[in-house]
Design a protein around this ligand. Sequence first.
Ligand code: PEP
Ligand code: MG
Length: 325
Amino acid sequence: RRAHYLALRDLPSVTRDGHKITLLHNSGLVADLPMLNETGAEGVGLFRTELQFMIASKLPRLNEQVDLYRDALRIAGERPVVFRLLDIGGDKVVPYMRSAAEENPAMGWRSLRLALDRPGLLRTQVRALLMAAEGKPMKILVPMVTEAFEFRQARLVVQKEIERLKRAGETVPSRVELGAMIEVPSLLFELDQLLPEADFVSIGSNDLIQFLTAADRANPRVSKNYDPIGLPRLRALRHIVDAARRYNVPLTMCGELAGKPLEALALMAIGMNRLSMGPSSIGPVKEMIMALELDPIRKSVAAALADGADGVSMRELLQEWVDRQ
Ligand code: PEP
Ligand code: MG
């Protein structure tokens, strides 16, 4: 299998009818970055910075954070890396950070909420990212944005840190792009406010689908009843795709959905063309892309989304297309 996928590495990720799909890695440790050379992915679409915090025994210091980010950028070379700000809380436990017990940690004091309430941690991380860029461009992704207002707050923190570094005579990135994760349903109804201010956006399907369906992502007993590519979820995703296109804002899917070939096909069928996934998924997804004629599937999926009622299985519809190709 490995040799089989290695043979695809340098081939373009394009469908038979000419649609280019950008494939990226989800990552979080420097150790898996050299995999980029094996998969041929174009960069890192999601670098989960909280992993460094989760495996440490105490809060990583500024210089430790700078070192990690600099190493990641060095290994990625010319390929872009999107660093996501700390997404701790919920299922991501940092043992040395005490937190009050919560009834619903996934919906609790986590991620950006915690970061904005305790800006010291956020400021240190932002400074580390700005320093690690060493004058090159830097891409920062803000997790768990619930309202456009919070994204604005995060941008203010970044701008302040840039000014502070400049005053101290330090090198700042030639350009800082700030993106928002779309993973809380509320934000779907504020895209007209968010998108004009975002340099890019990325969908976190793991959380978005959990919250759309009110079904715990870690509890298969409930989550199995709601196919992530079922019609209501796919309509929600298409709403985001259409809005991002209207505002001309680059959109990536970085939830686990993009790493499964049939699910990736559903995403491509509604117009997504940037998919970020675990490195081991790149080969299988690329193979699917290269064998595919996308336009006819797009038409068929659009029709199903427009007319389909309960009980129409998008999964079966897509599987039939795949079997026919
Ligand atoms: C997501 O929610 O889909 C996502 C990419 O982030 P995480 O899985 O780290 O919550
Ligand atoms: Mg998430």
